[in-house]
Write a protein that binds this ligand. Structure first.
Ligand code: UD1
Length: 382
């Protein structure tokens, strides 16, 4: 094929925006692509959505499918119904999808039925835990994809084990870290974010003295079961007596806290609770934290890039390099294990790590170059 190459990029949920921003820019900068940005509308709250477009300097999406929340099957089906006519009317030469959310799998399935080639960014990550919807999404998307962009070497090994042809796999590095390096100079300093919290004066005094840990939790396995959620909140409350905590609460988590009547249990003097944070505030809080406590995939990687100890409240991770080379510690699902790791961090400073190979801020440029080579080598009419 010859340029210009029509490429569709799909975003739907918060982590997608962080990943697509540098890819969109790199495709534009190359001059051979005509990228179209399609937002499924899986996430729609200002703090889960629009603020990311502003802060990450991504143009408003060309199309927003506005599918919103709902059971996974409904989300996927609605996205497919809405995407199909768009692809038929203005057929892209390539579909680019990122990560593992429901929007990712829905778009990949739609393109596969129309024989549109698919590039998957962040391919090959595996937790080997089929209880997680994201794991099933990853496996399906990788089987459907023609180009697999890998963030860490283990991803390549996982894809080869699933009989993906080696020539389709490109180890390019991590686009989420491209965004991190680009945004770091603009990160909101943590004192500025903390000053905006309506926490008890004791909280601010404790932070000034000891620092703080930054907490985010939203995995269904941690927050959907009221008993587990209660144990998690009790554990956070206990940890906050040793180190102040800032807990940015995802809408899924907030809804479950309200449903289970657990709001009052969160009221501890050294525990500040806030809405989901915008990217630049979150980045500043992560950078300056003594530790991060999370079940997010992206934050395991971001803390490794920042050199901040991360405590992951999960039984497994699809991002093993953050443990082998980075600052991540997997504690399993028992929240009582957070406190001993925090104690260790207070004593020793916690786990230090290396920066993984190709997490250098240039992953998106490599992706654009590989996508161009792939499309150039294709016959004119597929
Ligand atoms: C999704 C992704 C998850 C990712 C997370 C980041 C899947 C399977 N999961 O999970 O991998 O880590 O996004 O945030 O795609 N809600 C709002 N406002 C919004 C979005 C959601 O209030 O803007 C509420 C709704 O009650 C909704 C719930 O959050 O039902 C869950 O949203 P959903 O998109 O289904 O999954 P997440 O838990 O956000």
């Amino acid at each position: 094929m010859t340029p210009p190459f029509r490429v569709d990029l799909i975003v739907g949920a918060r982590p997608n925006f962080v990943k697509i921003a540098p890819i969109f820019r790199a495709l534009r900068a190359r001059g051979t692509f005509q990228p179209r940005l399609i937002h499924t509308g899986q996430h729609y709250d200002f703090l889960m959505d629009r603020v990311f477009f502003e802060e990450l300097r991504i143009p408003a999406p060309d199309v927003n499918l506005k599918i919103g929340s709902g059971p996974a099957s409904e989300q996927v089906a609605k996205i497919m119904l809405a995407l199909h006519p768009l692809f038929v009317e203005d057929r892209p030469a390539l579909l680019v999808v990122v990560g593992d959310v429901n929007s990712t799998v829905a778009a990949a399935l739609t393109a596969s039925y129309l024989r549109i080639p698919i590039a998957h960014v962040e391919a090959g990550l595996r937790s080997f835990d089929r209880e997680m919807p994201e794991e099933n999404n990853r496996v399906v998307v990788d089987q459907l994809s023609d180009l697999h962009f890998v963030t860490e070497r283990q991803g390549e090994a996982n894809l080869l084990a699933e009989r993906i042809a080696p020539e389709r796999i490109k180890f390019v590095g991590n686009v989420m870290i491209d965004t991190l390096y680009d945004a770091l100079p603009r990160a909101v300093p943590s004192p500025q974010t903390l000053a905006g919290f309506q926490a008890a004066p004791a909280f601010h005094a404790a932070v000034a003295q000891k620092g703080y840990a930054f907490v985010t939790l939203h995995r269904p396995s941690n927050v959907d079961d009221p008993t587990k959620l209660a144990a998690l909140i009790a554990a956070l409350s206990a940890v906050s007596e040793r180190l102040p905590l800032v807990f940015a609460v995802h809408p899924r988590t907030r809804a479950n806290i309200e449903k289970a009547g657990l709001g009052a249990k969160l009221a501890s003097p050294n525990l500040a609770v806030c809405e989901p944070l915008a990217y630049l505030a979150s980045l500043g809080l992560m950078r300056d934290a003594k530790a991060v406590v999370t079940d997010s995939g992206g934050m395991q990687e971001e803390t490794t890039a920042l050199g901040v100890p991360c405590i992951t409240v999960r039984d497994n991770t699809e991002r093993p390099i953050t443990i082998e080379e980075g600052t991540n510690t997997l504690i399993g699902a028992d929240p009582a294990r957070i406190l001993p790791v925090i104690e260790d961090i207070l004593r020793t400073g916690g786990k230090s790590g290396l920066k993984p190979a190709l997490w250098d801020g240039k992953a998106a440029e490599r992706i654009a170059a590989e996508a161009e080579a792939f499309l150039t080598a294709r016959p004119e009419k597929a």
